[in-house]
Ligand binder design. Structure first.
Ligand code: SF4
Length: 241
């Protein structure tokens, strides 16, 4: 079997490794396919489907996980592909607070997605303030899985996070919904670094955004919140230990 395959992407022929995904081959041609859950340093899972392309008549093939095949004809920007992406973005906007996800909002604008097209239930979650370093606001989570992967085999091997719940109520969670201080989290911050939305946020950043003075931020920075303890700077009314 050949180590390379030749295919056509948006009318341009390219020869790539037989292991290459459509996303990687398109990037070699300078064709930008939008992504949300994909991160170049993490295992791709094809969860968000926004990178879906028409791969030889197969619509909605996630480019981040679909391997190139010999003779494949790929369309990355046809009307049907764009319509699919627009609908995905509209569904996402109808359930998740995207206010602090500029890259996703840029896609919403680029695909003329109507954020009010679907009027179903919004995701509702407490804001978890259970450690000295970062907040978890799953109202803003797009379930991209990046934080879970970076916490697991892709980097840290801490396995503090996983999916929790089912169907519409699927969210990221901890074992038995324990607070972060009671998990295997080592507070490396990598989950915060790969999160594409405001769902995971450094506590210092949150405090500054809420108008807390830098001096007060500095005096609070190493303090964890204990059960029942109130912070003067907190504005989240529904936070949970
Ligand atoms: S918390 Fe952030 S990184 Fe984790 S799944 Fe949600 S959006 Fe993705």
């Amino acid at each position: 079997m050949s180590d390379t395959v030749t295919l056509t992407i948006d009318g341009q022929e390219i020869t790539v490794s037989a292991e290459a995904t459509i996303l990687e081959a398109a990037a070699q041609l300078g064709i930008d396919i939008p992504v949300i859950c994909y991160h170049p340093h993490l295992t791709a899972n094809g969860l968000c489907r926004v990178c879906s392309v028409d791969a030889g008549g197969r619509l909605q093939a996630a480019a981040c996980v679909t391997q190139c095949r010999q003779g494949m004809q790929v369309e990355t920007n046809s009307d049907a592909v764009r319509r699919g992406r627009r609908t995905i973005l509209e569904l996402l906007a109808s359930t998740v607070d995207l206010e602090e996800a500029p890259e996703i909002l840029a896609l919403v604008a680029a695909y003329s997605a109507e954020i009010n097209r679907f009027s179903g239930a919004k995701r509702e979650s407490p804001v978890y303030d259970d450690n000295p370093f970062y907040l978890r606001d799953y109202n803003q989570c797009v379930n991209c899985w990046r934080c879970v992967q970076v916490c697991a085999e892709d980097a840290q091997y801490a396995f503090a996070l996983n999916f929790d719940g089912r169907g519409f109520h699927t969210t990221i969670g901890t074992y038995q919904n324990n607070g972060m201080m009671d998990t295997t989290c080592v507070f490396c911050g990598q989950c915060v670094g790969v999160c594409p939305t405001g769902a995971l946020k450094p506590k210092r950043q949150a405090m500054l955004e809420e108008g807390v003075s830098p001096d007060e931020v500095a005096s609070n920075q190493n303090k964890g919140k204990r059960k029942g303890e109130k912070r003067s700077w907190r504005k989240f009314s529904d936070s949970k230990i």
